[in-house]
Ligand binder design. Structure first.
Ligand SMILES: Nc1ncnc2c1ncn2[C@@H]1O[C@H](COP(=O)(O)OP(=O)(O)O)[C@@H](O)[C@H]1O
Ligand SMILES: O=P(O)(O)O[C@H]1O[C@H](CO)[C@@H](O[C@H]2O[C@H](CO)[C@@H](O)[C@H](O)[C@H]2O)[C@H](O)[C@H]1O
Length: 496
């Protein structure tokens, strides 16, 4: 923590409310306070406060931490190394009086010496005081022995106080695989077990079932092969609310190729290759796969029809999101009236309302993996910036289509980024994006999805809404990428 935030933060050193028994209490649901857990948690808090803001998955960047309060601390292994599972409430300067901060999931390892090969960024520091005085505290995601422990708990369906590990029916899970931390750029943290499984540890925790688990389970249960099969998950009761999903174990796809990487490779070939590959065939297949997933979701989860007033409300939500984005990124102000007009036109174009259903919610090329039998979709969590309640609302299925169209645009724009202006290359990149966007929409329609071309006002509003989200996302996480969605906003505003 910086000196400023350290002086403002108050660290609550009360024992975590759910501190549960040592490993010996597994399976019994018995809760008793383990001697030393609260001392370990308390000794960890100052190190956590320093380390948290630099984590990619930490959503409070730019806001000073004003409080850290342990919610539940569960020792999953004692000794050297020890493994502590911690749910921690983080409060920030500027949180309104009704806000209760954000809850984060931490898996903390302690050892007398840091594990070999662990990167500096995974080490929080040396503990001072408490039962592990002098031991190194680190992010246990990077310790294969300790992540192996988690797989054992998932395999046996253990329970530790409020932590429950749950398996789906089917073949048993191996319990002796060490886990390695994934190096993918992501919003959470993942651990890969051999070539068999991948465990996503959700970092910012909300009460209730995470949409990624909810939708992946619905698709798995419906027999869909368009997602990696769900094998297990774990959850915890937070205060008195329904259990919050903490981790999701799915089949790992070891030979899968990431759609974003494939697209960048194809776009890169536009630079001077006389016979660039034809990605449009893949874009078409991806459109079909998206439609297939939508059809299964529409069969297995609730669908509805927004009436006229609700459609206007949907357009109003987009306008509200634009207004907050303008506050965060004032460069959007000059487009505001054109974009608001596009949202009004969406409502006017659909006087009879719109069909809605559960959707992916944050679809892009990086969420699509190409395996031998075709495309598989990942990460049904929705946009990380939205509340879980918002992410669970049924939406027009074309929202996912519009999001993927933005991704083709991103891949093309990536080719031009940072290079001197080259009108010929810009033309080739724009043509690449247009070709693949068209192929994706054609595949979506051929796969039984509703034809995007039949709803131009809706598609434009959805694409604008996504680009507005991206402007804020890039300003916050990757400022050098901000010109990509801003250029799209400029282009879309000119069509209104
Ligand atoms: N089942 C899987 N098989 C292979 N790779 C995967 C699998 N699930 C995720 N990945 C890899 O991990 C990355 C991040 O996963 P994702 O679910 O999108 O996490 P996050 O929600 O944290 O962004 C993906 O882009 C992909 O490269
Ligand atoms: O995959 P996440 O759930 O972490 O999604 C977030 O990060 C994405 C970037 O990794 C971001 O996607 C944006 O950048 C992509 C290229 O990196 C591009 O293909 C997408 O179209 C664009 O939206 C996503 O918006 C964000 O929620």
């Amino acid at each position: 923590m910086s000196e400023t935030s350290r002086s403002q933060a108050h660290v609550h050193r009360d024992p975590p409310s759910g501190a549960t028994g040592p490993v010996g209490t597994r399976g019994t649901g018995v809760r008793r306070t383990t001697p030393g857990v609260s001392e370990l948690v308390n000794a960890s808090l100052p190190l956590i406060a320093d380390w948290l803001p630099s984590q990619r998955w930490y959503a409070g960047k730019g806001r000073a931490i004003t409080g850290l309060t342990p919610v539940v601390g569960t020792p999953l292994q004692v000794g050297d190394p020890a493994l502590l599972h911690l749910l921690l409430r983080v409060e920030h300067a500027g949180d309104g009086p009704a806000a209760h901060g954000d809850i984060y999931q931490l898996l903390l390892g302690t050892r007398s010496q840091a594990p070999t090969g662990i990167g500096q960024s995974a080490v929080l520091g040396r503990l001072s005081g408490g039962p592990y005085d002098g031991a190194v505290l680190y992010d246990a995601v990077h310790d294969p022995e300790l992540t192996g422990r988690l797989l054992e708990h998932l395999a046996t369906g253990d329970r530790f106080g409020s932590l429950s590990f749950r398996r789906t029916p089917g073949p048993g899970l191996p319990s002796n695989l060490p886990g390695r931390a994934s190096t993918a750029e992501q919003s959470n943290s993942s651990v890969i077990y051999g070539t068999a499984f991948i465990l996503k540890l959700f970092r910012r925790i909300s009460p209730g079932t995470n949409p990624d688990l909810e939708l992946s389970l619905a698709l798995s249960r419906a027999g869909s092969t368009r997602i990696p099969r769900v094998a297990a998950w774990f959850e915890s009761r937070l205060e008195r609310s329904e259990p919050a999903t903490l981790g999701l174990l799915q089949r790992y796809l070891p030979d899968a190729e990431d759609g974003w990487e494939l697209a960048l490779d194809q776009v890169g070939r536009l630079k001077g290759d006389p016979s660039p590959g034809n990605f449009a065939i893949e874009a078409h297949r991806l459109g079909r796969a998206t439609a297939e997933v939508h059809r299964v979701l529409a069969r297995s989860m609730p669908v509805a029809r927004l009436d006229r007033a609700q459609t206007s409300l949907l357009a109003g939500t987009m306008a509200d999101r634009l207004d907050s984005a303008v506050t965060a990124v004032p460069g959007l102000l000059r487009y505001r009236s054109a974009l608001r007009a596009a949202f009004r036109q969406l409502a006017d174009a659909h006087p009879d309302g719109l069909p809605v259903q559960r959707i992916h919610g944050d679809l892009h090329l990086g969420q699509a993996m190409r395996i031998a039998h075709g495309w598989v979709l990942l990460d049904f969590e929705g946009e990380p910036a939205k509340s879980v309640a918002e992410r669970r609302l049924p939406q027009p299925a074309l929202r996912d289509v519009a999001a993927m169209l933005r991704s083709f645009d991103y891949a093309a724009a990536h080719l031009l980024a940072g290079a001197p202006p080259d009108p010929e290359l810009a033309h080739l990149a724009a043509a690449w994006a247009a070709r693949n966007r068209t192929a994706y929409c054609a595949g979506y329609t051929a796969g039984g999805g509703s034809d995007p071309a039949a709803s131009p006002e809706l598609m434009r509003a959805l694409e604008i809404d996504k680009a507005v989200y991206e402007v804020v996302y890039e300003a916050r996480h990757r400022p050098s990428w901000l010109p990509i969605p801003l250029a799209a906003i400029n282009r879309l505003a000119l069509t209104v």
